[in-house]
Ligand binder design. Structure first.
Ligand SMILES: Nc1ncnc2c1ncn2[C@@H]1O[C@H](COP(=O)(O)OP(=O)(O)OP(=O)(O)O)[C@@H](O)[C@H]1O
Ligand SMILES: [Mg+2]
Length: 620
């Protein structure tokens, strides 16, 4: 084994105060981790100075050059050396570290940058006759000289970390660093919609890589405009407005519908008192709000702004101020979870419009030839389809079951059953009037502005789930006794695991009892499900319990189990539905919260607007 020589055993050295340049370089290691952190500090300073227009220029991923120019109130020439001194700030007087209303307050960002780079600070204070500048290289230098600048402040940072080569080695590629800078600028631009931002990459020919003009209008209008610019117009189109307040804590912003989820947490933007944060508590609350609306490998998209009296949140807990501590963490979490759940439930049956766009995009022109032009939908092969059909056929929703054997293959399935339009058809309802059922799976409905395609199986599953949840919350889920208990054989471990939650399962309408060694007897199943495959249900619940582990809260575990239970109520063989039955399903979807997606976050319906269909046929 190799032991690092840490001077252990060497002659003791006397204690000495470190040189100020060294102190600053050590401190810089915390504040300025990479070029993006330098950009963050400089842009925050510009915002603190009341800038309306901020321009960021970078070269070589910020390693060679970072230049931030603003039109803020500037710095008087006499204060320039102080601006670069450590622990010198104009933003707080130190009397109350819990009363922080600006991005900066420590007075160490510029000192740190000056210690590890070549920094030039040029500024013209409001009302000053001329501008002045100061230059520092690796912490040395610093004479104030007259300069030319019409207003505001320009800070130029060249050769970042040239004074600390060790740090330089740890930087990522120019591309990765440039990307991180883009992310920082976008997040700050989101926090301040009224300020104009540009980010220019000057590595070769200068190229504007991000631009956002100042937004006007009310809070939500300006924010929506800025979010459309940064995250994309489809995010705003597919998001619900969040506006809630509880005990002086205010939450505003936009949260995307569950069907607009992402494969990673890239589209989560969280702000506390206007400061972009990556806070575990808030991210956890966001996840919890969507917990039973999407599968665990999907991530919600949202831009949320939490505002409160600065006294109630400590921002001085992280070197880059990326994390905060709430005085009442439970309150913040509760507000986010309840506000989002409420808003998403109100959005109810709304599914995301991007899905319709994707569906339209999938309709492609056939090969160009002499014959008529064909439009064809991309679709999976017959084998995949019949397998999918076996699992997806519509379920015995509501009314009388008219069970029919599943059709063995796609080709033999009757292609459509068309219902004659009734005069009093509810086309004015959001989900319209049912017109036909396709492949015994999809309902086609006509609305005022186009058509709606509903996956009846997925929709039904969601409705059953919501009903079960309601019953569970109100009076416990009604159970139906089996005439003959079903015996399910299991490993001893599984038996023990299942019987360990038997009490909870009873409340969910499922009664299981021990039945000798290696088996349980299922005596009752949830009445809502109708006749059900008890063995499959028990195995599924065991999977769910194993999946969730011990760490998840009981409530979340029960919800997950319920979602599995609902799945069982819905998977039945293909079945035709009458017009009344289909319309009743549509009406129930309209009235049910969260019916826009199934329990796995897949959409239950998509809308194709007439205008889009017209466009598809070249009628527009
Ligand atoms: N763009 C700017 N416009 C006007 N004044 C500025 C600008 N940048 C810096 N200053 C002045 O220089 C001071 C030092 O800036 P610096 O970023 O080092 O510290 P801070 O912002 O006060 O605190 P923190 O270290 O937390 O960022 C600021 O307090 C401010 O008075
Ligand atoms: Mg600062």
């Amino acid at each position: 084994m190799v032991l690092h020589d840490r001077n252990i055993g060497a002659a003791r050295r006397g204690i000495a105060q470190l040189d100020e340049t060294v102190v600053n370089r050590i401190a810089a290691g915390e504040v300025v981790e990479r070029p993006a952190s330098a950009v963050k500090e400089l842009v925050e300073n510009a915002l603190d100075a009341g800038a309306r227009r901020i321009s960021v220029e970078i070269a070589d991923g910020g390693k060679r050059l970072i230049r931030v120019s603003d039109d803020g109130h500037g710095i008087p020439a006499g204060d320039l050396p102080l601006a670069l001194a450590r622990h010198a700030t104009s933003k707080i007087d130190g009397a109350d570290l819990l009363d922080i209303r600006s991005f900066g307050f420590r007075g160490e960002a510029l000192a740190s940058l000056a210690a590890v780079a070549r920094l030039t600070l040029t500024s013209r204070a409001e009302g000053a006759a001329e501008a002045a500048e100061i230059r520092v290289d690796g912490g040395r230098g610093g004479e104030v000289r007259p300069a030319a600048l019409s207003r505001g402040t320009v800070i130029e940072v060249r050769d970042l970390f040239h004074a600390t080569p060790a740090r330089l080695k740890f930087l990522r590629t120019d591309r990765a660093e440039a990307q991180a800078i883009g992310d920082v600028v976008r997040r700050l631009a989101m926090a301040e919609p009224a300020v104009a931002f540009t980010l220019t990459d000057c590595t070769g020919e200068p190229r504007v890589s991000f631009r956002a003009d100042a937004e006007t209008g009310d809070l939500f209008g300006a924010l929506a405009g800025r979010l459309a610019r940064i995250v994309g117009a489809d995010f705003v189109d597919n998001a619900v407005r969040i506006e809630a307040e509880r005990e002086g804590l205010r939450l505003t912003g936009f949260a995307a519908l569950p069907t607009f989820s992402r494969g990673s947490a890239v589209a989560q933007y969280l702000f506390v008192n206007g400061r972009p944060v990556r806070d575990r508590l808030l991210v956890g609350a966001l996840r919890a709000a969507y917990a039973d609306l999407m599968s665990r490998d999907r991530h919600p998209a949202a831009a949320l702004f939490l505002d409160c009296d600065p006294q109630r949140v400590d921002v001085n807990v992280h070197p880059a101020k990326a994390e905060v501590r709430f005085r009442e963490p439970g309150l913040a979490r509760g507000l986010i979870v309840s506000a989002l759940r409420h808003a998403l439930a109100e959005a109810g049956h709304r599914a995301s419009t991007t899905l319709a766009d994707a569906a339209l995009g999938a309709m492609q022109a056939g090969p160009d030839g002499d014959g008529p032009r064909l439009y064809r939908m991309h679709r999976p092969g017959p084998r995949a389809l019949s397998a999918a059909r076996a699992a997806q056929a519509p379920a015995g929703w509501g009314g009388a079951l008219d069970e029919q054997p599943a059709h063995p293959g796609f080709a033999e399935a009757p292609s459509a059953r068309v219902e004659p339009p009734a005069d009093d058809a509810p086309t004015h309802r959001p989900l319209g009037a049912a017109r036909a059922q396709l492949h015994e799976t999809y309902i086609v409905a006509q609305t005022e502005t186009g058509m709606v395609l509903v996956d009846a199986h997925a929709a039904h599953e969601r409705l059953v789930y919501e009903k079960l949840k309601r019953q569970a919350a109100e009076s416990g889920i009604a159970a139906q006794a089996l005439l003959i208990p079903e015996i399910v054989e299991l490993s001893d471990d599984d038996c023990a695991r299942l019987l360990g939650v038997a009490g909870d399962l009873t409340r969910l309408g499922l009664t299981v009892e021990p039945f000798g060694q290696g088996a349980v007897a299922v005596r009752e199943t949830p009445a809502l499900l109708g006749p059900v495959d008890a063995k499959g249900l028990v195995h599924d619940i065991l999977d769910e319990i194993a999946d969730m582990g011990e760490t998840t809260t009981l409530g979340a575990r029960l919800d997950a189990v319920l979602s599995r239970v609902a799945c069982h109520g819905s998977v039945r063989s293909g079945r035709r539905m009458g017009a009344d039955e289909m319309n009743a399903l549509l009406r129930e979807m309209e009235a049910t919260p969260h019916s826009g997606q199934c329990n796995h976050g897949r959409p239950t319906w998509v809308e194709l607007r007439l205008a889009d269909i017209d466009r598809l046929f070249g009628r527009a």
